[in-house]
Structures are given as structure tokens and as C-alpha cells.
Write a protein that binds this ligand. Structure first.
Ligand code: SF4
Length: 195
């Protein structure tokens, strides 16, 4: 069973093309300045089976890729790996995964490697506010972009302007993407807590 903090069925703010995004609940790291502090506690959120999550991620026909973030995806690696396999049984999507672990901390760990086997691009490492350069899809420039396959090799993950979208759902708002610092500051000023 997966413990899911939030789902965005379609966005252009977290990687190339239209992507469905999953943020998992719970992270063992407590990076100062984390954009998603509500998703750090390891508490029950939305409980979903991999098949249920896969069906949700397949809901928008424009989607060509998935992005996993959090929270810490590697803390739920087995369930997320099963989710990707279920999605790919229907549609050949690419997968970008953020993690606070460094790749070297994950290799040799069978459950983490189960998810790594499905990942096309891994963005690794803790967020360091002092290294936030306001560029690309990394939260801070100590984080590394690993192309574990060739499928998204042509996309620039480290440069270019940041992208973010504000999604309105029911009576809630969701900030999707790696926002520029000016937007992050404004978001916190108005009391937004979700990214
Ligand atoms: S690893 Fe990511 S989600 Fe976890 S505390 Fe750091 S910035 Fe937040």
C-alpha cells in the first residue's frame, strides 16, 4: 500500500511534455527550507494500491511521463516500482524521480534498486538552501541529475528558468513545479503550504 500526499494528473512544470506527478507522504530528511514541510511527517495520508495509483496516473490521455517527488519516493520504492510497471503495461511513459538520498546511498539496496530499474532520470541529494541557484529542475545545485537511461537525454534539467503552475482543486490550491524563489516567497506570504 502506498501513502500518497498528493497527485497532479497533468502538468508541464516538472519535466518535458505533459506529466502526471505523485508526491508521497513521509521523508526521513529535514532539509532546512524544504518546499514541502507538510509532507515530511511519516503520517497516514491517502492510502492507495499500486494499481489504484496507476489508474489515476493514466487518467489524462495527454500524459507521456511520470514524475515522483515527495516526501521521499525511495521510502516507498517497492510500491512506486509496482505503480510504474502497471502504468507501462498500458502506456510507455518516461519516469523522473527526485530523492533526498544520493545515488551511492541507494545502490546495493534491493528495494531501492527495484525502483531505480524503472527510472529514466534521477535527481538526487538533499536540498541545501544556500545552494539554490534558481535555475532548472534542481532545488539546489548540489543535487545531481543522473540519466539512468537515454530516453530524456536531450532535456536540460540544470539550466533555464524555473517553471511552476498553480492548480486549483476543490477548495485547495497546489503549487506544482520547482518554483523560482520570488514565487516561493510570495507563496509563503499568502499562507500556501503545499508544493
Ligand atoms: S529530501 Fe526533499 S522532501 Fe525531504 S526534507 Fe529534503 S527537500 Fe524536503
Amino acid at each position: 500500500m502506498l501513502n500518497v500526499a498528493e497527485i497532479c494528473p497533468a502538468t508541464r512544470a516538472l519535466g518535458p511534455g505533459v506529466r502526471a506527478v505523485v508526491w508521497v507522504q513521509g521523508c526521513p530528511f529535514r532539509c532546512r527550507g524544504c518546499l514541502a514541510p507538510n509532507w515530511i511527517p511519516d503520517r497516514p495520508a491517502r492510502q492507495m494500491t499500486p494499481d489504484e495509483l496507476a489508474a489515476t496516473l493514466l487518467g489524462d490521455p495527454r500524459v507521456t511521463g511520470l514524475t515522483f517527488s515527495g516526501g521521499e519516493p525511495m521510502a516507498q520504492a517497492a510500491g512506486l516500482a509496482a505503480t510504474v510497471r502497471a502504468v507501462r503495461a498500458v502506456k510507455d511513459v518516461t519516469l523522473i524521480c527526485f530523492t533526498g538520498f544520493r545515488l551511492e546511498e541507494l545502490t546495493g539496496r534491493p528495494i531501492a534498486e527495484e525502483l531505480l530499474a524503472e527510472v529514466d532520470v534521477l535527481i538526487d541529494g538533499r536540498y541545501v538552501a544556500a545552494r539554490d541557484n534558481d535555475r532548472g529542475m534542481r532545488g539546489s545545485d548540489n543535487q545531481r541529475v543522473h540519466h539512468l537511461t537515454e530516453r530524456l537525454r536531450g532535456h536540460d534539467f540544470t539550466g533555464g528558468p524555473r517553471r511552476a503552475e498553480i492548480h486549483v482543486k476543490d477548495r485547495d490550491v497546489l503549487l506544482v513545479g520547482v518554483p523560482p524563489s520570488s514565487l516561493t516567497a510570495a507563496w509563503h506570504t499568502i499562507g500556501g503550504g503545499r508544493t
